[in-house]
Design a protein around this ligand. Sequence first.
Ligand code: G4P
Ligand code: MG
Length: 171
Amino acid sequence: MKYYLSYNQIHKMVKSLAERIIKDGFNPDVIVAIGTGGFIPARMLKTFINRTILTVGISYYDENDKPKLIPETIQWIDEVERKLSGKKILLVDEVDDSRTTLEYCLNELLKYNPKELAVMVLHNKNKEKRGKLPVPVKRYYVGEKIDDLWICYPWDAQDIDEQVKLSVSGK
Ligand code: G4P
Ligand code: MG
């Protein structure tokens, strides 16, 4: 079973996430997007919470789609101490699946002693997680909790018109 989403649906989801983040009193200094899935959600978020976006590249699957022993950092933030130490960071990704990449990335960011570290994801899959959220991470914002389906994001669509049709029927 696949779950198709349109850009419009995601835009609205990000808007409502932003409203919840603001209402919750979390006022990040900086947004960190996990590439590549977190790039577009982070950019949408900037429309509602206008902060600098830093990006990181983490790869967990190898070229044969097999998970690596641990996620590998393929790109990280320069001048990291200045940009992250004592800052309130909001980490953004599209999906919390096994949680391995998220855990890895959160632990890397915690090394720089941020003032606060929070997470925003579009989807959290209801399944047994291999990774866990580090204890200092108290705020976790999720757009939609879903079953363990394969989510088809619009940025992966070969045919965006077909994607939009499928997203309406939700099959
Ligand atoms: P997690 O910590 O966020 O749970 O991530 P995990 O290590 O389990 O691996 C996440 C990778 O698997 C990400 O891709 C993510 O996009 C992809 N993924 C997991 N479930 C789905 C899904 O239902 N739909 C889609 N489209 N992708 C999914 P990646 O290969 O690490 O990088 P990228 O695709 O973001 O570039
Ligand atoms: Mg992916």
